[in-house]
Design a protein around this ligand. Structure first.
Ligand code: CMC
Length: 432
């Protein structure tokens, strides 16, 4: 028996199969079960993918037991300290950090695609002013495929690249317009002399009547958060993009499905939910009550921004963001923001509580990101939109990797059927 196999014996049929073990560059070995049904007539059952690798990928690696996150082999801490969002985007998309020339070319390509078709702007008028910006994002982004017919052929590498650039470039424009619509201000066109994040801030906060200057501290803080949010291997929204893409749906439609999956409070919606939760807790004196609620199995309340499927140590992104919080608040926000103090105290209480300790529940990336956004002036209902802008790079990189993979097939999970056993049709007059 080979060392690189796992043997499964079905005790009811007496059949045995030796399944190969696959190994990545790093990370736990993976049992390849692709022949299990054909050879043994067995499926595996793993709701929520607790033990299932759904694909092969060379983009991002997470070691949750040791709090490690790497993009293309580079530790997130180094990228956060030394890189920029567009440089990281190049790395995620093309596999390598760009040379100066490559970065200039990539930046100018992104800039060339920041405008959206003028007719797309009229879509916003179909939404009430109080529409959640994520709802607007799903609708408007999804409609891009109706405009860019010259980048819909997923089998053409040129089309794929053009669609990738368009999606990354237009996302801030679409996002800022969704904000402007809710506040009733005129849309601001992209300004290509600005950085990726500077342009987003300008489109969100500039008004025609006044000069607006992008605050460099806000710009750097957001660029950093965008680096941290850019990709996170096979999370719910990325898996959704891959699942949609596996049917050969066009990339704009696939990314729009990713925006939808991101919206949920268990995923990207957590940054908005954290702020809402902190506001609800209101005061350090109420922390005990909310910790008790989070521990009560009869209460649906969870400590938002806490816990992660993979990280069983402090989320490395949260460490970086926590530090950035101190810096941003010291320079542009309210140094004594009561919500930040509340968050720090809440974290301390939870980390010393047996319930959270025994379940390895630590603050995740979203616990502190909202405090920074708040200091910058981003409204709470735009937090998840910010996440979506950054994650677009990851969605696009993962989608491109999937399409180029020769082993790619339509994703089609199976199930345990536990409905009614076969039965005969009963005419309506005989039904009870
Ligand atoms: N507050 C209270 N209890 C929790 C929490 C929490 N935030 N998270 C997990 N638990 C408990 C859970 O009740 C369960 O307890 P028990 O073993 O007694 O049944 C145990 O911890 C394991 O939780 P789980 O729900 O089985 O874990 P999961 O891997 O399915 O869920 C999670 C991961 C992130 C959805 C969950 O921790 C959660 O809901 N957290 C709050 C939402 C949040 O902050 N999400 C952002 C994730 S990071 C951003 C991103 O990448 O999307």
């Amino acid at each position: 028996m080979s060392k690189d196999t796992v043997t499964i014996t079905d005790n009811s049929s007496g059949k045995t199969i030796e399944l190969p073990i696959r190994r990545g560059t790093v990370g736990p070995p993976v049992v390849d079960i692709t022949t299990l049904y054909k050879e043994m007539g067995l499926f595996t059952f793993d709701p929520g993918f607790l033990s299932t690798a759904s694909c092969r990928s060379s983009i991002t690696y997470i070691d949750g037991d040791n709090g490690v996150l790497m993009y293309r082999g580079y530790p997130i801490e180094q990228l956060a300290e030394k890189s920029t969002f567009l440089e990281v985007a190049h790395l995620l998309l093309w596999g390598e950090l760009p040379t100066k020339d490559q970065l200039d070319k990539f930046t100018s390509l992104i800039r060339r695609h920041t405008l959206i078709n003028e007719s797309l702007k009229s879509f916003y008028n179909g939404f009430y002013h109080d529409a959640h910006p994520m709802a607007v994002m799903v609708g408007v982004f999804g409609s891009l495929s109706a405009f860019y017919h010259d980048s819909l052929d997923i089998h053409d590498a040129g089309h794929r690249e053009l669609a990738a650039l368009r999606m990354i470039a237009k996302m801030p424009t679409i996002a800022a317009a969704s904000y402007k619509h809710t506040v009733g201000e005129p849309f601001v066109y992209p300004k290509n002399t600005l950085s990726y994040v500077g342009n987003l801030l300008n489109m969100m906060f500039a008004v025609p009547a006044e000069e607006y200057a992008v605050d460099p501290i806000a710009e750097r803080a957001m660029d950093l958060i965008f680096i941290l949010h850019a990709d996170h291997e096979q999370n719910a929204s990325t898996s959704t993009v891959r699942l949609s893409g596996s049917s050969s749906a066009n990339p704009f439609a696939c990314v729009s499905s990713g925006i939808t999956a991101l919206w949920g409070p268990a995923h990207g919606g957590a940054n908005e939910a954290v702020l809402t939760m902190l506001e609800e807790i209101g005061d350090v004196k109420n922390i005990g009550k909310y910790i008790d609620k989070a521990k009560d199995k009869n209460d649906p309340f969870r400590l938002m921004g806490f816990g992660h499927r993979i990280y069983k140590k402090y989320d490395p992104r949260a460490k970086i963001i926590r530090q950035m919080c101190h810096e941003v608040l010291a320079k542009i926000g309210d140094k004594n923001d009561p919500l930040f103090e509340l968050a720090l105290r809440l974290e301390e209480v939870a980390l010393n509580d047996e319930y959270f300790q025994s379940r390895s529940l630590y603050p995740n990336v979203d616990f502190y990101s909202g405090i920074i956004y708040r200091a910058i002036g981003i409204p709470t209902n735009m937090f998840t939109v910010m996440f979506a802008i950054a994650r677009t790079v990851g969605w696009v990189a993962q989608w491109m990797e999937m399409i180029a993979d020769p082993d790619q097939r339509i994703a089609r999970p199976r199930q345990i059927y536990d409905g009614a056993a076969p039965r005969n049709y009963i005419p309506i007059e005989q039904r009870k």
